[in-house]
Every structure is written in structure tokens, then in C-alpha cells.
Design a protein around this ligand. Sequence first.
Ligand code: ZN
Length: 132
Amino acid sequence: MTDLPEGIRAEFRRALERERDRLLESIAFLTEAQRILAESQAAEGSVGGTEADIATDVNAQTLEASLGNAERERLAEVEEALERLKDGRYGRCVDCGGPIELERLQVLPWTPFCVRCALRRAGSDVRKISTA
Ligand SMILES: [Zn+2]
């Protein structure tokens, strides 16, 4: 397998664009939620909220900030995958240059790594599953 058939590439492009749109919407929503939260905290601060209120707000804010980061990271991966689709590198592992398993792309269309490289990066023992 060298290049993915055009039909399959188009399918992945659609899946990636859908995921990008979903992430952009979600990030916009989280950004807005954080803004509202910051505003309500500022308002509470001026009238003097209880300490418990403040702790709850801070936890919610931290949670939303970390969710937002995960979405932004995924968005970057999706955009890089769309770039690779455009210049013909899509479907190849950016680490070893080998083909990424089709089954893997169907589950994670934005992944830049084949299973072996992903596992190696995750720190697993690849010797057991190595076919080389
Ligand atoms: Zn690889």
C-alpha cells in the first residue's frame, strides 16, 4: 500500500473537516463559557462571595481550561492531517514513514503515527509486536 485511493482520501477529508468544525464550535463555546465565568467571578468578588463559592468557581474554570487545551491540541492534529492530505503525505507515519493501518485511520483519522510508533511513544514494549 503506497497511496490511499482517492475515494478513501475524500472520506477521511470529510471526517477531518467535520471534526475540525466540531472542535472549533466546542472551543468557541468553552472560550465564551470561560469569559462568562470570569465575569461572574469578578462580579462576585466585588460583592464578596463565600470561600466555598470561590473554590467551586476556580475548579470549574480549571476543568474548562484543561478541556479547552485538549480540544486545541486535537484541532492542531486535525489541521496537520488535512495538510498531509493536501500534499500527499497522508496515511504515512511521520515517524517511520511506513503506512498507517487503515483500521487505525478509520478510528483516528488525525493520527500522524502508525500503531508501532504510537506504542513506542507511549512507552510500551514494541519488541513483542515487532514484525521487522
Ligand atoms: Zn511509524
